[in-house]
Every structure is written in C-alpha cells, then in structure tokens.
Design a binder for this molecule. Sequence first.
Ligand code: UGA
Length: 430
Amino acid sequence: MNICIIGTGYVGLCTGVGLASRGHKVFCVDIDSGKVDKINRGQAPIYEDGLEEMLQKVLEDDKIKATTDLKEAISETDICFISVPTPSMQDGSIELKYIKRVAEDVGSVLKNLDKYYVVVVKSTIVPGTTEDAVKPLIEQASGKSAGNGFGICMNPEFLREGYALKDFLNPDRIIIGQDDSKAGDVVNQVYSGFQAPIMRTNIKTAEMIKYTANSLLATKISFSNEIGNVCKKLGIDVYDVMKGVGMDNRISEKFLGAGCGFGGSCFPKDVAALAARAEKLGVNPMLLRQVLETNRNQKSVLVEQLKTSIDDLQGKKIAVLGLAFNPNTDDIRESPAIEIISRLKEIGANVIAYDPKASENMRAIFPDINYADNVKDALKEADACLIITAWDEFKNLSDDDFGLMRGNVIIEGRKVLKYENVKSFQGICW
Ligand code: UGA
C-alpha cells in the first residue's frame, strides 16, 4: 500500500521505516525541512536502536521518501497516520494544537481529493479527542463527512523508546479503533502479514486502551519501587521477590523492575493526562496521582543513599553513568538523571557524567557539569558512582574499572552490574 506518516518523531519515523521494510511505499511528512533532508540522506534525526540502518535499506529499495509537502504525500497515498506530539500542559492535560493543525491541513487537502481516504490518529490523545476535536476539524476543512468522503480511525502505538523498531515489527497486539468498518478494513490491510492479534473496537475505547496500558505499566513500576524500598530496609533483594511474584501467570515478571523510577515522555505525561481527565469527569484519581508521587520520590532515593555513605558531598567527585531515560535512546525527557544531577549540584558535588548517546542532549540542561567521553574517564578519581540507565555497556563493568575510582561507593539504580564482576556495590532497592 501507499502510506503517509505525518510527524517524524520516534513513533512516526519508526512506524514509517517499519512499514517500508514490510514492502509498503511510505511518504513521511514533517514541517521541519532539516529533518526531511536528513531522512532522505539516510540519517535518522534521533538515535533509536537499528533505525538508521533500516532507514538506509528502505531508501535504497525506494520504499520511503520524506517531504514537507502534505498535499503531494496525501495524493500519492490511501491512508495517513498522524503521529505528532501531544505534550503535557501545566495542569496535566494535553496540548492539542499540533494535532488540531494537522487535522485542518489534512482536511484542506481532502477537500480537492477525488478518492476515498483514511485518516488514522496514532498520537496519544485522551478518550473522545478523535471524535470531538480531530474529526470535526477534518470535516469542516474538507467539506466532507466522516464515513463518506473519508474514513477516520485511531490506532494507538505501544513502542518503547530504545526498542521502538523491534516493538513495531513484533507487536503483542494491534488495536484499531474505527468509526466504521470500511475505514477499519483499510487499517487492517496495512498490518496484514504482522503476526499479532488484531482487536477492532470503537475509537474512544482504542484511545482508552493506550492510556490504561501506560498507566498500568507505570503503576507496576511505582508499586515495585515501594516494595523495593521496604525490601532494602529488610535486606531482601526485590528482584528475587519480583521473580517469585512474576511467576504467577496472572502477574508476569515484566515491568516489575525497581530502581530510580520511570522517566520518558510517555508514562509521566499519560498518567497525568488520564488523572486530569478523570478529575474533569468528577472521578478522584487517587491511585494515578500516587503512582506519579511515588515516582517523583523515588528519584531522590539514590541521592539520599549516597548521603548516608558520604557525609559531606561538597566538592566530591560523583560519576553519573547513564543520562537517557531508557537505554538505546538519546532521549532524556523526564529522565531520573535530571533530578539526581540537580540534587547533586545543590549539595555542591562535582558531577562527571557519561552516556553513550545522550550527553549532548543533557548538556543543554546542564552546561556546567563535566561530561566524560567514556566510562573509564568518568570513573577516574571519582569518590562515588551512580548508575542510572541500564545501558548494555555498563553490564560488563568490573572491579578493574571501578578500581580507577578514589572512593568505593557504587550505587546501582538499575540492577545492571553483576556480583561476579563487582564485589561490592549497593543496590537502590536490593
Ligand atoms: C512506554 C510504553 O512502554 C510503550 O508501550 C508506549 O507506547 C510508550 O510509553 C508511549 O506511550 O509512547 P517508553 O516510555 O518509551 O514506552 O519506555 P519504557 O521502556 O516503557 O520505559 C519507561 C520508563 O520506565 C523508563 O525510565 C524505564 O527505566 C522505566 N522502567 C521500565 C522501570 O523503572 N522499571 C521497569 O521494570 C520498566
């Protein structure tokens, strides 16, 4: 099929490249001509595991093209996926201006389009938004009504940053929220060949499935962190506990990883947005609010632990390993590293940070700390080391590496170090 993707963030670009690798012809639209040029040259504007390699492959096969020209992209295709950002506003609700503008732009192109066209929302939006905001704007701008001149659907994404391409190509399920079955059939066709169950439902339910999935995953993490904090006091390894708990089929071991809390642009934003929507509906979202609060507190546990190991942190050299919120990405949005570095700076510690991909992004927030080019340089003469992101390269660190430090305080926030390689370190929750 010929498919248009609007917005080339990590979701849009991974979706586009993933669909192109499955043989579809994809037009990626973005208003940023710099990004468009980069994509057409085979350079991914963001770091995402395996993305650039696959982008180059699909470019070679002439299966993908990036453009700023929405009209061209729509006239060449039968379906578009909208994947523009829906960032958080101060009260937790989401900013709809980007998606609304796209809806109007798409509608204006549909006005003079002489074929049936399906518009699919992929951006995460609170239940009701596709029907109450996106659909009317397209109808107004196109002069056509949904179900006749065009079809409208909602198809949420479940891609983890750092693993987005893999997740796209191997989904657990595909959710298609449809206004009518003719539109849903077209979306269904896009995914023919994917080995995953497809659930077709109404649009509002599809929107709610996305929020509920992220909120439940975030709840699992906050729950694990709370249990982890108790385990720490009792001298129990929470990972052993969760292994035993997760063997229960009803629970599963996944996303029970305690540590320094969740970050990223999704969990904090989506839980807050669902809570804000619940409040507007007169429902008190006590649990959702607590999930966020527990997560906020968790980010400072690591620094509190450091303070109990080193009395006076003023002027002490602290190596911070890992800045990205997840491994395999350069994204630092809401990364626990931000809060942890802020706290260390307040105390007067001398921070030296290292991340394989995210240092440049972090430099924009903290231009005044030191950044090392590799782990060894970060560890040299450090009084303490904090591990914040589960990058693979940290998994093989050994006593030889930590021997470069002046001190011996190693605090692990992600359970990546192996006891057979490193004799003595403290876990945040174990
Ligand atoms: C999340 C969801 O996992 C995706 O399914 C969803 O599509 C995406 O949000 C989205 O809404 O777009 P993402 O935030 O990119 O994906 O990354 P995750 O791998 O879910 O990690 C989020 C945070 O949780 C990270 O900071 C990670 O370190 C933390 N985490 C994860 C834990 O602290 N413990 C765990 O056991 C798992």
